[in-house]
Each structure stands twice: as structure tokens, then as C-alpha cells.
Ligand binder design. Sequence first.
Ligand code: DX5
Ligand code: ZN
Length: 222
Amino acid sequence: MTDCKSRIIAPSLLAADWSRVAEEVIRAEQAGADWLHLDVMDAHFVDNLSFGPQFVSIVRPHTTLPLDTHLMMTNPDHYLDRFVKAGVNRITVHVEADHDVKKSLAHIRSQGCGCGLALNPATPFDAVLPYVDQIDLLLVMTVVPGYGGQPFMEAETMPKVAAARQYRQEHGLNFHIEVDGGIDHRTVHIAARHGADVMVAGTSLYGAKDMAAAVAAMRECE
Ligand code: DX5
Ligand code: ZN
């Protein structure tokens, strides 16, 4: 299991109050978050529509936290450069999207960003094998993407997290293993036990009365 103290906690801005987004971003940083997770949704790859590069450029100046950008988009290539220009630090695209995965990942890296690959609960781990030597992060979705506040899908997703950790070890790779969806003070331990080291949480952190306490609880060792 990864060392709980080095666990990366990444609140998802999807669950924040967008009418006060600057304050919400500062709140996450002051609460001790390590990254800020930006859930970009295009109303095509997923049902929901969230925000784009212009919104990200409004967020950027208010935080020094790395902006961990999750593109739930059918055609991410069309927007990669605009998110880079908006100041993001890492970009994750979906293996299921309509693009040349290798090309997208290489392009993200060529722009100086960390590159990540995401897979939905129904997508087998084998689908990402051709690319894992090219990524800085593997995002194992723990809900069907589109909306916050959904229940954690343990049975469908934890075996993939464990498989990713094993594959990484056997092949001397060192990508982060990120989970996203239904992560709270309880499920964070299940994900960590299987090998996840980056925890994305929207509802359980932005919905918490005391965000700092909720972030700290996410870092507690089991
Ligand atoms: C995909 C989104 C959500 C969000 C976190 O739907 O990526 O998973 O980040 O959602 P909750 O509110 O479950 O932490
Ligand atoms: Zn996400």
C-alpha cells in the first residue's frame, strides 16, 4: 500500500460553488489539498456539460496548486492546446475517446504538461496496456463519469487498480494511480489498499463542513 502520508488529495472543482470559484479554489488550497482536479465535460462523451479553458484561466491565478485536468471529451485533441494556454499542469484523456491515444499523450507532454490516461468502469485494464509506458498518471474511474455524488463502484474497479499497481511494479514504471468518483473518508482506504495514490473527491470534500478536517481524514493511515 502506498504511504498514506504521501497520498495526493485532489478536490474536484465540479462540486464547488462556481458563483464563488476564486474563494472555493483558495479554500481547497488552505484546506491542505495537493492538487485541484478539473472535471471537463463536453455533453457528448458524458451526458453532463461543465466548463472549458476560459473558466480554467479564471481559476489559474488564484492558486499555486497543480491543475489536474480530466478531459471527459470525445475529441480532446481539439482542445489540448487551449487548456495548456489556460495554465493547466497535467491533462488526462480517456482511452475510450475518439483520438490517436499515443499522439495525444505525446502532444500533452510536448507542451510541458504531465499526461494521464483514464478508463471507465466498463473498460478492461488491458485497454491501456499499449500506453502505460507513456503516461505519468493512470485514472481508474470509480464511477461512470458525468456527475458527482455517485456511489463508489468497488467490485468493478478495484481489481483494475490492483492490476495497475502490479503491472507498474513488474515493468519498472512509475505512473500515479488516481481514482475519481465516490471517494470519501471510507472508500479512500479501499482504494489505497489496492494501490491508488491520488484521490479525487468532490462531494466529500467541497460538501464537508470542515474541508481541512476532511482532507486530513483522507490522509489518515488505516
Ligand atoms: C466524473 C467526475 C466525478 C467527480 C467526483 O463524474 O469526475 O467523479 O470528479 O465526484 P464525487 O462527488 O463522487 O467525488
Ligand atoms: Zn475527474
